[in-house]
Design a protein around this ligand. Sequence first.
Ligand SMILES: Cc1ncc(COP(=O)(O)O)c(C=O)c1O
Length: 371
Amino acid sequence: MAPSNRSIAEADFRSDTGTTPTPLMMAAMQRASHGDDVYGEDPDTNALQERVAKMCGKPAGLFMVSGTMGNQVCLRTHLHQPPHSILCDFRAHVYAFEAGGLATLSQAMVTPVHPANKLHMTVEDVRANLILGTDIHTAPTKVISLENTLGGTIMPIEEIAKISELAKRFGIKMHLDGARIWNASAETGVPLSEYGQYFDSMSLCLSKGIGAPVGTVIVGETDFIKKAEWFRKQVGGGIRQAGLLAAAADAGLNEVFPARLKETHDTTKKLAKDFEAMGLTFQLPVHTNFIFLDLFKAKIIPEVLIAEGKKLGINVTGARIAIHHQTSPEAIEKLKLAVQNSIAISRDYQGSRSSAGTMQYGMYEKVVDEE
Ligand SMILES: Cc1ncc(COP(=O)(O)O)c(C=O)c1O
């Protein structure tokens, strides 16, 4: 028998996007309004947009199909006439993982910044990388785009405030990729509106930790959102009976934010402690719902971990472990076993690797076959 959606979600450590609709979400979808959102006539979509905007202290919001669309439409709306550039962390989703959208949709250059503290950008990093002035050789910075959480780590609000102050001084817009700002807020207790005061636009995903099947809401000033609606239409993001999706996302918010989300962080931190007891270290501190294992230091071959996970019926991508509100305790035990097995197998493999001098999955299979 095929596994139910729920059981797929509970053993999926690849991302918090692995969450599946809950019975409360399904019930909300059945009751959803059926208006046409391209005409702005759907009550449930309008209510969700208003709800998220209000939470962020903004006058207007707009429902988007995805986080990528939310970010790209926001940045396109801020940018008017090239040459122009966006300053962001070199790991930022808007730059590294949105299929080059900034180049094609916004004709923008990017200044990717490597934080000096190796954790998050500071105002000093930003100041050192801003492109200002009238030198015709340059593409001036028009937007600073921050991401919170990034790799599960929380950017301190004090740092955001300083960066925002600097941006204001030079007439630079501030955007937040807040795909997981819910996690930052649930963990720190800082309300979304406090984060919101420092940004001209925010994009908040509902299809990750919140668990909705689809959806992101962008928020900002009314004129900004009006203009963003044009760009959403341009990229095919106008949805007709959007109420079905909005209702599910709204139910997800009721169900998960903030208490259940905070619980996922506690589960993640407990798991991190168990990993440490196994001698593992991490690439980043564990603030919320992600653990980035240092597989290199532990001498674990990522493909081995993926394969060992599969044998036990869990889904892992390698170094990144994501916990969400549907992750089951049984799956966590299986994950720990998969990691333990991978340490043992990879150790055997290291011997063979040093003689071969390469590191290929095919060779791992050979070692296992020989056992
Ligand atoms: C930080 C961040 N921003 C934006 C996105 C894009 O979201 P989507 O997959 O809905 O396009 C993701 C996706 O994982 C993300 O991690």
